[in-house]
Design a protein around this ligand. Structure first.
Ligand SMILES: Cc1ncc(COP(=O)(O)O)c(C=O)c1O
Length: 417
């Protein structure tokens, strides 16, 4: 297991004239650990298929010829392709793209937040929002959600007025709960406030009704911003592409605050190639959504509390000592996320094999006396992930009929992974 972020490196900061609000701050991010089964950052677990990889290679070969030149500063072709992907009659002038939706949403605070202004959200929610605020010298307020992680419209409107919030962030589906609020809630907040309302739909493609999106409200509310990303459903996290859809005015404000040439030519070219193959890259989304639903049912059957998630992850708990459960899973080669309400953990939807190992591992941690031993029956010893481009809907079996998950679990039990 290798820890790639060494926080010890931060020790030297004590000698530097750091901004007061950064003293003691740690870099954001889940641990990046070399584990057998990584289910901690809500990625799509399926690598791009070979046809898409060939397009990526051709795109990179093409941009390599002119890397001496700066890229298109306004990323017009990419923004046009993103508008076509979203539909809803959008064109490139109403789309903004950046290195992940984290950067795109930071542009919103650079433009509409700042000293003396306030950003507001409804927690528990995505833990980067306060960091965007801190980095842009914007005050930050978190208003609690209801017990079922809904947003009470009256309380929301009152809080936005009380704090004179300039920008409101609503993750929908919410991270880390996976729960959704209805569009009527978002519409009411837009209608009854002057704030820029950012609806962060990072996980929208996984929801039961992906077209039931705040994009449908854009025509009515010029201060509404819908944030999307290619990091999750699109299986493109490594390329770093996120984007916003809003009014032309909001996009123009983002163009003012962005650094020049912020999106590299390789990034733009790869994203254009990815969008041409949207069908292939999104091919496993419904399977992952179904995996998320079956995982929730299974966790509930274990007696755990699981908010109804429509994303590609599920929050589960409560545990007296969630960190101990997290560590015990890690010892068994399974990395989940410690995030959200006290006592809870979050697991992402992985491949069927990964989920099988997750189930074995969690049962082994919680109920060691009743852990199934299907893997002891396994005759495969390789534990290698089959080098197969086409993901299957079921646990992969090798020629002997042994499952990959089974073989891996056997290795994990022997602490040999
Ligand atoms: C709710 C939410 N919004 C935004 C992001 C940021 O995604 P990216 O910067 O990769 O586009 C994430 C990533 O985990 C997320 O969970």
């Amino acid at each position: 297991m290798t820890l790639t972020t060494d926080t010890a490196e931060l020790a030297g900061l004590a000698d530097l004239p750091l901004r007061d609000e950064l003293v003691g701050a740690k870099p954001y991010g889940a641990p990046q650990l070399d584990v057998a089964v990584a289910l901690n950052v809500n990625e799509n677990p399926y690598a791009p298929p070979s046809k898409v990889r060939s397009s990526f290679e051709a795109a990179i070969a093409d941009v390599a010829k002119h890397l001496n030149r700066y890229p298109d500063r306004d990323a017009v072709a990419l923004r046009g392709a993103l508008a076509d992907y979203l539909g809803f009659g959008l064109d490139y002038e109403r789309i903004w793209a950046a290195n992940g939706s984290n950067e795109a949403m930071t542009h919103i605070l650079q433009a509409f937040g700042g000293p003396g202004r306030t950003a507001l959200t409804f927690g528990p929610t995505y833990s980067m929002y306060p960091e965007y605020a801190r980095n842009t010298h914007t005050n930050f307020v978190e208003v609690p959600r209801t017990a079922t992680f809904d947003i009470d419209v009256e309380a929301a409107v009152a809080a936005i007025a009380e704090h004179k919030a300039s920008v409101v962030f609503i993750a929908n589906p919410n991270n880390p709960t996976g729960t959704r609020v209805p569009l009527s809630t978002i519409e009411a907040i837009c209608a009854r406030s002057e704030a820029i309302v950012v609806v962060d739909e990072a996980y929208q493609e996984f929801t039961h009704y992906p077209d039931d999106s705040a994009l449908s409200l854009l025509g009515e509310y010029p201060r509404l911003v819908v944030a999307r990303t290619m990091s999750k459903a699109f299986a493109f996290a490594g390329a770093r592409v996120g984007y916003l859809a809003s009014s032309k005015g909001v996009v123009d404000a983002c163009r003012v605050v962005r650094l020049p040439y912020h999106l590299s030519d390789p990034t733009q070219a790869l994203a254009l190639a990815a969008l041409k193959h949207a069908d292939l890259l999104l091919a496993q989304v419904s399977q992952l959504a179904a995996t998320c639903q079956s995982t929730q049912r299974w966790l509930r059957d274990l007696g755990l509390d699981v908010p109804p998630s429509q994303a590609n992850f599920a929050l589960f708990g409560p545990f007296d000592d969630a960190h101990a459960v997290w560590e015990a899973l890690l010892e068994r080669g399974v990395l989940v996320r410690e995030v959200g309400p006290l006592g809870y953990l979050r697991v992402s939807a992985g491949t069927p094999d990964e989920m099988a190992v997750f189930r074995f591992a969690l049962q082994d941690v919680l109920h060691p006396e009743s852990t199934p031993t299907p893997l002891a029956e396994s005759t495969s010893t390789s534990g290698e992930i089959p080098a197969d481009d086409a993901p299957s809907d079921t646990v992969v079996e090798d020629e002997s009929g042994a499952s990959w998950a089974g073989a891996l679990w056997t290795k994990i039990k022997r602490r040999d992974w």
